[in-house]
Write a protein that binds this ligand. Structure first.
Ligand code: AMP
Ligand code: ZN
Length: 473
């Protein structure tokens, strides 16, 4: 199958060709760990997790190296540590653990490498040194700044001219800058902040140099794909390119750039500064992680996605339908699937074409229903159903869904997971009583128990391994 990627730099959809198919490299800007992640922050994580899974399917699990950094030196971290009167590592360790647990709950695989900024200060200093030597950076009043006029391609990624950037309010004006658009590579620390020694005086790195130095250190330049949210295009990624290319004397930096659109609520970008955030940590208490993941992938990653309760309810209903088909099929004594048939089935539907078309997840998700329709119509044949065909189609469904990170749970567990332990044991007890009543041909008792289960919203499924149950949708 072919993979087409919309590349922000060229502005075109291009066929993906890794530099070395036995070592495919992907880097995504990770979190600043001082607070809980909101669901907007989870969008790039889930989108690039799909890309990671797809690349692994195409090139093999071992061939794909995915790095996502942890920014553990930052003003907001310092502020929080000062508020709580603790070392910054207390804050960064706490929120790194929360972040990892929350993203795992959304079915995101761990990246191959999670470099931490504070562990790569030497590599940052090394890259800054090379930039100064190449005449692309200068020291001034304890700072080191990147000279944006030294890099003719500055602005190509975000399609801005230097004049636009200066006119925009986002560049900091400071007397020690040669040009208004120049940005900080190294700066003095304020009292109480973390500090490292450097040839230009004690201080700490700027945010942008963290990523370009970690990429060079853990993946090597150039990398194949660099991803992140749309808001990082300028200045963060523009500055990364300038640093990475100038430090390697004009060499290539990232071969494809991918940016996800914003998650919005009531048409406004979800962001901490606007205060309209829903935390992943809280959402996973109310909804299965897989439902949240489905909602996140239900729109194309480059388009804005408006987050609503209905979106989650629809996601739940879609997953119930898919798991329902699997559960119905697995009640039968299915033969082992044939891998060849499974691959043939996958080739016949439009799944790979959709997911390979710049990660068209909504289309790819709709193709999962094409497979369930085939299973359903076979199951309707009752005793005449072709069980080999059912088995192969269910397997094809799970394999395709797996590329998106769906349907990997046990179908039975899916339908019972919302129940409390008390309710579960009550239902299991009634099922045992019903089985005994039926064995003793006490049909009146069996019917009464079924009514009782019905009243609890439970559907009883008789199958090859006895009776199981699920909540009625
Ligand atoms: P931050 O913690 O703000 O640096 O964001 C971490 C990641 O989440 C970055 O890749 C951002 O681009 C992304 N991000 C932040 N807010 C949103 C949003 N509302 N929708 C989509 N992505 C976002
Ligand atoms: Zn970054």
């Amino acid at each position: 199958m072919a993979l087409m990627i919309h590349d922000t730099l060229s502005g075109e959809k291009r066929a993906f060709k890794p530099r070395d198919p036995s070592r495919v490299t992907l880097y995504v800007c990770g979190p600043t760990v001082y607070n809980y992640a909101h669901i907007g922050n989870a969008r790039p994580v889930v989108v690039f997790d799909v890309l990671f899974r797809l690349l692994r399917r195409l090139y093999g699990d071992e061939a794909v190296i995915y790095a996502r950094n942890i920014t553990d030196v930052d003003d907001k971290i310092n502020g929080k540590a000062a508020d709580e009167g603790v070392d910054i590592s207390v804050i960064t360790d706490r929120f790194t653990a929360v972040y990892e647990a929350d993203m795992a709950a959304l079915g995101a695989l761990s990246p191959t490498i999670q470099p931490r900024a504070t562990k790569h200060i030497d590599q940052m200093l090394d890259q800054i040194g090379r930039l100064v030597q190449a005449g692309c950076a200068y020291a001034a009043e304890g700072h080191v700044l990147f000279d944006t006029t030294s890099f003719p391609d500055y602005g190509k990624l975000s399609k801005r001219s230097l004049d636009d950037m200066v006119a925009g309010a986002r560049v900091e004006v400071a007397p020690y800058k040669k040009n208004a658009a120049d940005f900080v590579l190294w700066k003095p620390s304020k009292p109480g902040e973390p500090v490292w020694g450097s040839p230009w005086g004690p201080g700490r790195p700027g945010w942008h140099i963290e990523c370009s130095a970690m990429i060079e250190a853990v993946l090597g330049l150039p990398i194949d794909i660099h991803g992140g949210g749309h808001d990082l295009t300028f200045p963060h990624h523009e500055n990364e390119i300038a640093q990475g290319r100038c430090a390697t004397h004009g060499g290539e930096y990232a071969r494809y750039w991918m940016h996800n659109g914003f998650l919005t609520m009531d048409a406004e970008k979800m962001s901490k500064s606007l205060g309209n955030v829903l935390l992943v940590h809280e959402l996973v208490e109310k909804w299965p992680g897989e439902v949240i993941r489905w909602a996140l992938l239900s729109g194309h990653y480059r388009a804005p996605l408006n987050w609503t309760d209905e979106l989650l309810e629809q996601a739940k209903a879609s997953l119930d339908r898919l798991y329902g088909v699997i559960q119905d099929a697995e009640r039968l004594a299915l033969p082992k699937f044939s891998l060849m048939n499974v691959e043939d089935l996958i080739a016949k539907i439009g799944f790979e074409e959709a997911v390979g078309d710049d990660l068209n997840t909504p289309k790819a998700m709709s193709e999962l229903f094409t497979l369930t329709n085939g299973v359903r119509s076979e199951l309707l044949k009752g005793g005449k159903a072709d069980l080999q065909s059912v088995s192969d189609q269910v397997q094809a469904l799970k394999a395709c869904a797996g590329v998106l990170g769906f349907l990997q749970a046990d179908a039975k567990a899916w339908f019972t997971s919302g129940a409390s332990d008390d309710l579960k044991s009550k239902i299991e007890g009634l099922l045992v009583e019903r089985t005994a009543a039926r064995a003793g041909k006490d049909w009146a008792a069996a019917d009464r128990i079924r009514d009782e289960l019905n009243a609890l919203g439970v559907e009883v499924l008789d199958g090859k391994d006895g009776a199981s149950w699920r909540f009625k949708g």
